[in-house]
Design a protein around this ligand. Structure first.
Ligand code: IPE
Ligand code: IPE
Ligand code: MG
Length: 266
């Protein structure tokens, strides 16, 4: 049945193709759906450049794309969506751009929190949130607390996040536990390690999407993506639509995930 549907891709018109992906998604078995989708939302600057606009216009447009992506995740009944909003390396950018991004993030939380709460979204944040102003930290705490009992999509925003930084913090926490005597070095295994990650409680990343043509992780979810399927698109993040997400999920559903074992496909 699925093979028959996937084979049916002969439309040249992009809109028709997009409709096709949304239709296909309705036919995907739940076991072929990703539980956890992670997105590296890249290309805001290039989107703005291409239109003769300043980079901040690209970031503003990127927020609209984020809203679309979250609504799509709700429609597609994804269990978890994690997005990369600001990396530990992004502090290298000019102060004016960093300030703009942080203000945009704060405005986004202020404007969208009610609607996200009404849509049963469970919001969380990963990364070194203690690197932010007390005001922004309070906003994030508020969003987290207000939505912690929501049972819909788990929406995680990675801010001041770096995968290596996260792994180092886990190593420090475990070293402290060993020093205090509450655990022994040989007690440390992947499960214990994972329970100390910022993403504890979330399933591993199944599908990792990066927009804008670059094919790298840029320090995102390095532990959690160990067996993720990667999906890249040349589309810049501000142009990313629900149909692009549908296309990525349809593609994911066709992959043969072997996890080091042998194929289950006949
Ligand atoms: C992604 O877009 C947003 C952040 C990294 C915060 P960029 O700002 O990296 O856009 P490009 O890669 O320069 O086009
Ligand atoms: C990754 O994008 C970080 C975010 C999307 C927040 P970058 O634009 O910072 O990545 P590089 O510098 O191209 O690797
Ligand atoms: Mg970039």
């Amino acid at each position: 049945m699925l093979k028959k549907l996937f084979g049916r891709k002969n439309q040249s018109n992009k809109d028709n193709e997009s409709e096709n992906f949304s239709d296909l998604l309705k036919n995907i078995d739940s076991e072929n759906m990703p539980r956890h989708v992670a997105i590296i939302m890249d290309g805001n600057g290039r989107w703005a450049n291409g239109r003769g606009l300043i980079r901040s216009a690209g970031h503003t447009a990127g927020v609209k794309a984020l809203k679309r992506a979250l609504n799509a995740a709700i429609d597609f009944k994804l269990e978890a969506l994690t997005v990369y909003a600001f990396s530990t390396e992004n502090w290298k950018r000019p102060t004016a751009e960093v300030d703009f991004l942080l203000k945009l993030f704060s405005d986004y939380l202020e404007k969208e929190l009610n609607e996200m709460d009404q849509k049963n979204v469970h919001i969380d944040f990963i990364g070194r949130v203690d690197g932010f102003s007390p005001g922004l930290q309070a906003q994030m705490d508020d969003a987290r607390k207000r939505t912690e009992n929501n049972t819909g999509v788990r929406f995680t925003v990675a801010v001041n996040y770096g995968g290596q930084d996260e792994v180092v913090r886990v190593a420090q926490a475990l070293a402290r536990e060993v020093k205090m005597g509450s655990c022994q070095p040989e007690d440390i295994d992947a499960k214990l390690f994972e329970s100390h990650l910022d993403t504890k409680g979330l399933p591993a990343v199944d599908l990792l999407i990066r927009t804008s043509g670059d094919m790298r992780l840029s320090n995102f979810l390095i532990w959690q993506s160990a067996y993720a399927e990667f999906w890249f698109t040349d589309t810049n993040w501000p142009d990313f639509t629900k149909e692009d997400l549908a296309e990525a999920i349809v593609d994911f559903s066709k992959r043969d995930r072997r996890f080091g074992g042998l194929s289950n496909q006949k």
